[in-house]
Design a protein around this ligand. Structure first.
Ligand code: GTP
Ligand code: MG
Length: 346
């Protein structure tokens, strides 16, 4: 996420402008560089010319990040994907939860975020030939809701040895945001020592939202969240592991039409998470899933179910067998769309 900007970081930019950027949570060069000037104006109230200037200056200072396409291809060859338990879910994720990036699950209480985390904790341990990541799992639990019993249940339902699965999930309870920051800082060591292939933070910003209340503390909060996300992203890249975060939604008071919820954490979260997945409660034990703001995944709504075996397809299929030849990108006719629209109107 980079260093926090201060007066003088951006040449010729007044310290009052820097303060405005800080207040809006735009605290790093990276954040300013990737935020369009129009949005900077909206967030800070500064003039358009100033916004264009700070955006341009920030972009010039940010490492252009060029690597040769050959290197990039090589890196992506090592990228793995972890099955989710639902073939439909896998399909809209381009095959599963990617390594090397952060995937964020967003939704209101009971929407299934933690259920996805449980299921991934089991499935990530499967060998890569079976669609797993072939490694251990590390969970940072900020809410005290991560129960080993549920992992046992999911493992048993899927025919895996629950004791073995349990022994490969490391759980740390984060008691406050500083504790969470510390646990994330220790991740490189943990990942190395324990061959971690999946890191889960459930939830990412709950503590921060609870502890930093009011306008004045927003910049500090966003800066700290940005720091944690930066560390997580580096771990994901360095160890080629998947990072999965959960995030609550907060009400958008000014929204009269459509979905009145938006992910918490603002731009800092939006920029750090490569894939953002929005979950909503559907009828019975189903959940509606939609990828939002993804650079290359389709923003299509699908339905999954939460069962004893964790996440699975709507029809209850747990997708135990993995078909490496399956074309997950294949076009798929979307006959559930109408149904989803109907539910939206309820
Ligand atoms: P918060 O952490 O409160 O924000 O919510 P969350 O999104 O993490 O919700 P979570 O994943 O914990 O989902 C809880 C819901 O999953 C419950 O309301 C149940 O409907 C469902 N659920 C949990 N366990 C089971 C199970 O064993 N079988 C079935 N069918 N559903 C379950
Ligand atoms: Mg939860």
């Amino acid at each position: 996420m980079g260093e926090v900007i201060e007066a003088g970081t951006l040449e010729g930019v007044a310290s009052t402008t820097i303060k405005k950027l800080h207040k809006a949570g735009l605290v790093t060069l990276e954040a300013i560089a990737v935020t369009p000037p129009r949005e900077i104006v909206e967030l800070t109230g500064m003039g358009v010319d100033t916004a264009i200037k700070v955006n341009t200056l920030a972009r010039l200072q940010v490492d252009p990040g060029f690597v040769s396409a050959t290197d990039l291809l090589e890196t992506r060859k090592h990228m793995m994907k972890c099955k989710t338990g639902s073939s439909e879910f896998d399909r809209i994720m381009g095959g599963g939860i990617e390594t090397g990036v952060i995937t964020e699950f967003i939704g209101e209480f009971g929407s299934g975020k933690t259920q996805i985390c449980y299921t991934l904790s089991v499935l990530a341990q499967r060998p890569t030939e079976e669609g797993g990541l072939g490694g251990r799992v590390c969970v940072i639990d900020t809410e005290g809701t991560f129960l080993p019993e549920r992992i046992v249940q999911i493992a048993e339902s899927r025919g895996y040895d629950p004791q073995e699965i349990l022994s490969n999930v490391l759980i740390a309870r984060a008691y406050n945001s500083d504790h969470q920051i510390m646990l994330v800082k220790n991740l490189p060591q943990v990942a190395q020592e324990h061959d971690i292939k999946l890191v889960i933070v459930d939830s990412m910003i709950g503590h921060f939202r609870g502890e930093y209340i009011g306008r004045g503390t927003l910049a500090e909060r966003q800066q700290k969240i940005g720091g944690v996300l930066g560390n997580l992203l580096r771990v994901a890249e360095a160890f080629n592991l998947s990072v999965v975060l959960t995030n609550q939604v907060q009400a958008k008071p000014d929204q009269a039409y459509g979905d009145p919820n938006k992910p918490a954490g603002g731009h800092v979260m939006a920029h750090a998470c490569t894939h953002r997945v929005y979950l909503r409660k559907g009828r019975q034990n189903t959940r509606l899933v939609q990828v939002i703001d993804s650079p290359y995944l389709p923003e299509e709504k699908i339905r999954i179910a939460v069962t004893e075996a964790g996440i699975c397809d709507e029809d209850g299929n747990t997708n135990m067998e993995y078909d490496p030849d399956m074309d997950y990108e294949e076009e798929f006719s979307l006959d559930i769309e109408e149904e989803v629209e109907e539910e939206d109107e309820e």
